[in-house]
Write a protein that binds this ligand. Structure first.
Ligand code: MLC
Ligand code: AMP
Length: 496
């Protein structure tokens, strides 16, 4: 048995720890020992099924304790964990499977037949209830000699689009994930007394690497909700010490009168990120509860970059200071030259948190990761006189809706392929609940029989439902500048 950088950092010494790690309301609680046990059985199964160190294990399953154990098993087996949004369609998942070439694909039993004929071995997982993976794992030993993995070895690939429309696998090393989680435990003062209310999905950085890895390291526990729902949150908040969420979680809680000071007086920490939080949400939250939300800034490629301080001023409208070990610089987006404090420009980041590169796309890696190690985020920002970073916009063409990233290019391609469409432009418009939602401006051929309902219906088979436009306008032509570039800002102003 060798040292396995990430697994050892997260769970060394916890193999027989009887303390509670996960409580699933209405179901049961799982100790550290229980979860390590299941991860050992799964790791043995991965090996038995031919998953070799370095192989990808792609996973599109509902949130469950078993899914967390599968993540840990993949790391223990020296393989690379590749989680996928459960909303992705067959066509979307097909792209990731072709690109990542996994040795195994784990999906929900209900969807297994959709994937008949793919190259990877298919297994199924349905929470604690069933699926082939759990059935086979019961008969196997929980003892597993972890595959040796060093800090630079790959632990996970998460697909994201960086500054372009094309989905690329961000390769994250053992040390990328471990170093960032260790920093956050310290910076946000997590301890084994913490009970984190976990309502985020576990196929993204926020719910998997920030929330889960932080709790594993500090020895705390999580109340593990299958999804976000206001009633369940109100029921569980009295039993939690801390919570992490996207801004929509907070606006939905604030919209409910039962969410009040008394309910959360005992809480230690509320963290927000993945999308910008409006100043008015910060203000309303503090007035209602007496707590100021701690806002931080991260990305799939970089884990967490900056955070407001735990003690000290949490500045509304700012994402705080670079985390220890992380460097932030603001540059001229055209020339790449460093700018002065107070100037607005491209946010670049360097540190042990920054990913290794894009999977099998060295040319894309070279475009976004500079030779000196700084990553070009595509976010525009400014560092104020006190050193706080403010995000002031995005240069990348991206809509963030309820914390999910939606790439206009992907949706434009699908719309443009429909009969009767000449061209389209997809853009984000403000939305009180989700921050932004998708809108589309579409130019039709003369006589084309498409309306909003038909267009959305036609997109539905290929695109995950959260990406579907909520508003469609039909125009004679798209607004363009002198260079011929579509002016999405003027579309946003006209139809937002
Ligand atoms: C669901 N729907 C969405 C949506 N989520 N539409 C747009 N944007 C979203 N985010 C749609 C569904 O397709 C469905 O449409 C309808 O809404 C109801 O679905 P639901 O599943 O019942 O939705 P709901 O439970 O309300 O989900 C909203 C949400 C969820 C905000 C709770 O989206 C969520 O948990 N978001 C968190 C995302 C997250 O973890 N991001 C972190 C990324 S990591 P229809 O048409 O079928 O009715 C990252 C780095 C970092 O960014 O810094 O952290
Ligand atoms: P993703 O590619 O899903 O990791 O999304 C990362 C993007 O989310 C960043 O590049 C930012 O644009 C955005 N983001 C994350 N946290 C914040 C925040 N606190 N404020 C504003 N934008 C954020």
């Amino acid at each position: 048995m060798g040292t396995n950088c990430l697994f050892d950092g997260l769970l060394a010494g916890r193999e027989t720890d009887p303390r509670r790690l996960l409580l699933v309301p209405g179901d049961r609680s799982w100790s550290y020992a229980d979860v390590v046990d299941l991860s050992g059985r799964f790791a043995n199964l991965l090996r038995q099924r031919g998953v070799e160190p370095g192989d990808r294990v792609a996973v599109q399953v509902d949130k469950s304790v078993a899914a967390i154990a599968l993540y840990l098993a993949t790391v223990r087996a020296g393989a690379v964990f590749l989680p996928l949004n459960t909303a992705y369609t067959r066509a979307e998942v097909g792209y990731f499977l072709d690109d990542a070439d996994p040795a195994m694909f784990v999906c929900s039993p209900a969807r297994a037949t959709e994937f008949d004929g793919i190259d990877a071995r298919i297994e199924t997982l349905d929470g604690a209830a069933g699926g082939s993976l759990l059935q086979s794992a019961q008969a196997l030993s929980p003892q597993f000699a972890n595959v040796a993995r060093g800090p630079g070895d790959l632990a996970a690939i998460l697909y994201t689009s960086g500054t372009t429309g094309l989905s690329k696998g961000a390769m994250l090393s053992h040390d990328n994930l471990l170093s960032n989680a260790l920093t956050l435990v310290d910076y946000w003062q997590f301890s084994d007394k913490d009970v984190l209310l976990h309502a985020l999905p576990i196929f993204h950085t926020h719910g998997l690497f920030v929330a889960t890895n932080v709790i594993l390291i500090c020895g705390g526990s999580m109340i593990f909700l299958p999804r976000f729902g206001v009633d369940a949150m109100l029921e569980q908040l009295p039993h939690a010490t801390s919570m992490m969420g996207v801004p929509t979680f907070y606006t939905r809680l604030l919209a409910d009168d039962r969410f009040d000071r008394g309910l959360v007086a005992h809480m230690r920490l509320f963290v927000s990120g993945s999308a910008p939080m409006l100043a008015e949400t910060h203000v309303q939250f503090e007035q209602r509860t007496g707590h100021r939300i701690l806002e931080r800034y991260g990305m799939t490629e970089t884990n967490m970059n900056t955070s407001n301080p735990y003690s000290g001023e949490r500045r509304v409208g700012s994402v705080g200071f670079p985390l220890p070990g992380v460097e932030i610089r603001i540059t001229d987006p055209e020339s790449g030259a460093a700018l002065e404090p107070g100037d607005t420009g491209m946010i670049e980041v360097r540190g042990p948190n920054v990913f290794v590169g894009y999977w099998r796309k060295p040319e894309k890696t070279a475009e976004e990761l500079r030779a000196d190690g700084f990553f070009i985020t595509g976010d525009m920002g400014m560092i104020d006189a006190d050193g706080y970073l403010h995000i002031l916009g995005r240069e990348k063409d991206l809509v963030i809706s309820g914390g999910y990233n939606i790439y206009p290019k992907q949706i434009e391609t699908e719309i443009d392929a429909l009969d009767g469409v000449v061209e389209s432009a997809v853009f984000g418009i403000p939305d009180a609940d989700l921050g932004e939602v998708v809108a589309a401006a579409v130019v039709l051929e003369p006589g084309a029989a498409l309306d909003q309902a038909r267009l959305i219906d036609a997109l539905g088979s290929g695109l995950a439902r959260f990406k579907l436009p909520r508003k469609v306008v039909f125009l004679d032509e798209l607004p363009r500048n002198a260079m011929g570039k579509v002016q999405k800002n003027s579309l946003r102003e006209a139809y937002g």
